[in-house]
Design a protein around this ligand. Structure first.
Ligand SMILES: [Zn+2]
Length: 114
């Protein structure tokens, strides 16, 4: 493979040039994944927009957990899982009655729905 065709990045510490896919700088050993994270772009969306989208209904959260490249991004994967857990907690707390029937029936205004 021709090295000049590959996308190139440079280290902010030692200014060494390297392919964009490299995880650590060959010159000083600095992690280059932090830089990819700071650029904040995943697919066509910015990282922040994708993270916020995870909370609009439940569908984007599920999509982000299974679709490339979103599922490989740690930030978006966290937001997707968090949105899912909030949704599940809301469903469960709505499902489970907060008070059992014998407590509700002490209320004189209580009407049993059937
Ligand atoms: Zn370096």
């Amino acid at each position: 493979m021709d090295q000049t065709q590959a996308p190139v990045q440079s280290c902010p510490d030692c200014a060494a040039q390297m392919p964009a896919a490299v995880r650590f700088c060959p010159g000083c050993g600095r992690s280059m994944q932090i830089i990819a994270r700071a650029q904040g772009k995943v697919g066509v969306l910015s990282e922040n927009v994708a993270g916020a989208l995870a909370y609009f209904t439940i569908l984007p959260a599920i999509l982000f957990l299974f679709l490339e490249p979103y599922r490989r991004n740690l930030f978006i994967r966290f937001q997707g899982l968090y949105a899912l857990s909030v949704f599940l907690q809301l469903v469960v707390t709505r499902w489970i009655r907060p008070y059992p029937d014998f407590i509700l029936q002490r209320d004189p205004h209580f009407r049993l729905q059937s």
